[in-house]
Design a protein around this ligand. Structure first.
Ligand code: ADA
Length: 551
């Protein structure tokens, strides 16, 4: 959503690529970013493909290939030589390559979206696992020592004056003799020496800048600033990196969630990153449309169920002041899969990549992990504990949470900072939302949630768009969905103990073939809009509730 470099040349590799199906030799022109399911002949293809395109470099030197996301396993080759591999659709990855000669090159990406023993996060699930290069790709011309990343941590003193703690990481592909780093934000900048760095290693240059003129990023009133850094050798600027940041703090205090020391109440939506025939490669227009619709309904927050989102979506949330619960890639992973050593590796990688790639987004107020996994056993507790520690270790500035469905059995609520539960009264069972929620809250408070904020992270009802049954209000009708959601919202909105709610869900989504029998139209139909964002009756019920709720 903004230029990350003024000095470093960046060449986008988005556009038309060639897709080959190795099994039968078919070729298709496809758009990147995109999903191959948009090609009619591949609309339900699950397997391997080979994406290829050529590009031209106008100088010899080091380059960085950046992929925003490939679904779900990628092997990347430059002129036939393997650069590396990446698993998981929902985080980016990159490869730095020294001494690439000027002229024409071929980039090939071998992709597969097969469910197999090698995949513990992408499993047949209540959403669809697409195939393709689903987020932007570019090649960047870097010097042999380059700025790898920046982290930004704002803090506010008692007078309300902001300080920025900035760490700039410089990485050397070849030995670097040293120089300086300049960093700046909100009209203040400083220059510090950068030590010599051995080939293959990194150095971190750390700044503390007082920013008296910085205005706070607040929900719905978001001030943003460009954070810039430059790597210098004498007066020469070798490389640069820009990010966009906001000055805000997040903390929990007792049962409250505080942004900039002020209590917030979450009126949220769960949103899958999916749009009709675009699959998970959602265009920026559609991302913006989703946010506008949510804001129209009075929402102030999104939960990125159930994986890290495209950073462009997070950019929009930064810009609009929408609070984000971002979570690791994991939905209801069976205990048998959680026990495989590969699961631990893949889930930790999802968590590490999510935090390191999205750390600077002011919109993210909490990290989530392991939606509806095994939080009722000792084995589960160990896994939840390890991942919570990993997230806290990487980021001490944000609370951690997870969405549980192990009502009256969960043993992990004490591990995290915000206790969250998914509940479906009146949909999966007939208890009234107020009674069920109050009973669950009492139990939660006796089992690890006392003195912490509580969120209801999912609740909702199915409604097939266009199916009306106004007289008997049968389940799956738009009328029934609106009625149930309305009751859930008004009951939960009256409970003072909670810090907010996330409706399941914003829009209908396609589900895996294996899930079809419990999901009419092979969709999870609990969206308040359909897969093309046409509102159902529930939309207006939510709008009435969220806009009318004065919290
Ligand atoms: C769960 C889950 C969601 C979705 C929902 C439902 O709570 O976290 O991904 O499957 O149930 O529709 O039943």
């Amino acid at each position: 959503m903004f230029a990350e470099h003024r000095v470093r040349p960046v060449v986008s590799l988005d556009g038309v690529w060639d897709l080959a199906v190795p099994d039968d030799g078919r070729h298709f022109p496809v758009i990147v970013p995109g999903v191959w399911e948009s090609v009619p002949a591949l609309a339900r293809y699950r397997g391997q493909t080979e994406y290829t395109r050529s590009f031209c470099l106008d100088r010899t030197g080091s380059v960085l290939f950046r992929f925003g996301g490939v679904s779900h396993t990628a092997v990347v080759l430059l002129d036939g030589k393997e650069l590396g591999t990446h698993y998981d659709a929902f985080t980016g990855f990159r490869f730095a390559v020294p001494d690439v000669h000027s002229g024409e090159h071929t980039l090939t990406v071998l992709i597969d979206n097969i469910f197999s023993e090698a995949s513990t996060l992408h499993i047949p699930n209540d959403y669809y696992t697409y195939g393709g290069i689903t987020r932007p790709v570019c090649v960047e011309l870097i010097p042999d020592a380059y700025i790898d990343r920046m982290t930004f941590i704002p803090s506010m003193d008692e007078q309300g004056i902001w300080t920025a703690d900035i760490a700039v990481t410089v990485k050397a592909l070849k030995a670097f003799g040293g120089g300086a780093v300049r960093a700046g934000v909100a009209g203040i900048s400083a220059e510090l020496p950068c030590p010599p760095i051995r080939a293959g290693e990194s150095a971190e240059v750390v700044f503390r800048l007082g920013c008296p003129d910085a205005a706070a990023w607040n929900p719905m009133d978001p001030h943003l600033y460009m954070l810039t850094s430059e790597l210098l050798a004498g007066s020469r600027v070798l490389d640069d990196l820009t990010d966009r940041v906001g000055f805000r703090t997040v903390r929990t205090e007792g049962e409250n969630l505080l942004i900039n020391d002020r209590k917030v109440y979450i009126k949220g939506f769960n949103r899958h990153e999916e749009y009709g025939s675009q699959g998970c490669a959602v265009s920026v227009n559609c991302m913006m449309e989703d946010l506008q619709l949510m804001m129209d309904m009075g929402a102030n927050s999104v939960r990125t169920s159930h994986y890290p989102n495209d950073p462009r979506f997070l950019d929009l949330c930064d810009e609009l002041g929408i609070l984000v619960w971002e979570e690791t890639h994991s939905r209801a992973i069976p205990g048998e899969i959680m026990r495989r050593p590969l699961f631990r590796e893949q889930i930790s990688c999802s968590a590490r990549e999510m935090v390191s790639q999205h750390f600077n987004h002011p919109c993210i107020y909490t990290w989530g992990l392991l939606n509806e996994c095994e939080s009722e056993t000792e084995f589960g507790r160990q896994t939840y504990g390890e991942l919570t520690d990993l997230l806290h270790g990487m980021d001490s500035t944000r609370p951690v949470t997870f969405a549980s469905c192990r009502s009256f059995n969960d043993i992990c609520l004490d591990l995290v900072d915000i206790a969250s539960f998914n509940i479906y009264p009146l949909w999966y069972h007939e208890e009234q939302p107020a009674e069920y929620a109050e009973k669950l809250i009492r139990w939660m408070d006796e089992n690890g949630a006392a003195g912490k904020p509580i969120l209801f992270s999912e609740f909702g009802a199915g409604g097939i768009a266009g199916f009306h049954d106004p007289f008997s209000n049968t389940k799956w009708s738009e009328e029934c969905q609106a009625e149930i959601l309305g009751k859930q919202l008004s009951d939960l909105g009256n409970i003072q103990r909670i810090s907010g709610t996330y409706i399941w869900q914003f829009a209908d989504v396609r589900v895996a073939r294996e899930w079809a029998m419990g999901r009419p139209k092979s969709e999870n139909n609990k969206g308040v809009v359909d897969r093309y964002r046409r509102p159902k009756l529930a939309y207006f019920k939510v709008k009435e509730n969220y806009t009318g709720l004065d919290r």
